[in-house]
Design a protein around this ligand. Structure first.
Ligand code: COA
Length: 127
């Protein structure tokens, strides 16, 4: 599924063990899902191994609740020589009314790696 946020790369449901003492889902849990989704898209663009080098503009917009179905969207934001920035949005589908709630957003930058784990030029886009 694709919209202005990009493609849905993951759909996940948090477990009771992912809850903090406020009854919300740990921020680290959703960050991890975002990193996984971004890594999938970046790895496809890089056609190989990538590593997360930076996260910019990370925003936790609304609390995430047990029972939320979390969709993680990803969209290429910009491409450099060895790095690609992926905009990631996490959105919850909540309750019987299928309400959509914006949870988080951020821009994750991934670097393409060679076999020595050093930066490697990205393949030309569209090739
Ligand atoms: C990723 C890594 C190999 C990059 O090595 P480096 O020596 O910093 O590489 P460079 O300085 O040549 O930068 C490589 C690219 O990253 C970009 N970059 C580096 N730091 C950045 C930052 N803070 N924000 C955005 N982009 C950044 C550079 O602009 C460059 O992109 P470009 O070639 O498209 O212009 C190294 O930092 C590393 O191994 N980091 C740990 C990665 C990791 O363990 N991640 C978590 C688990 S996946």
């Amino acid at each position: 599924m694709t919209d202005e946020r990009g493609e849905v790369v993951l759909r996940v449901v948090p477990r009771p063990s992912d809850i903090n003492s406020n009854g919300h889902i740990f921020g680290g849990w959703v960050l991890s899902q975002m990193d996984i989704a971004g890594g999938i898209v970046a790895g496809r663009i890089a056609r190989g191994a990538v590593a997360t080098v930076a996260i910019e503009g990370m925003k936790f917009i609304s609390p995430m609740l047990l029972g939320d179905l979390v969709s993680v969207y990803a969209r290429e934001e910009r491409r450099g020589r060895t790095s690609v920035a992926i905009r990631i949005d996490a959105v919850a589908t909540r309750g019987g009314m299928q309400q959509q709630v914006e949870l988080t957003q951020g821009i994750f930058t991934f670097v393409a790696l060679d076999e020595t784990m050093r930066p490697r030029p990205l393949p030309p886009s569209g090739s």
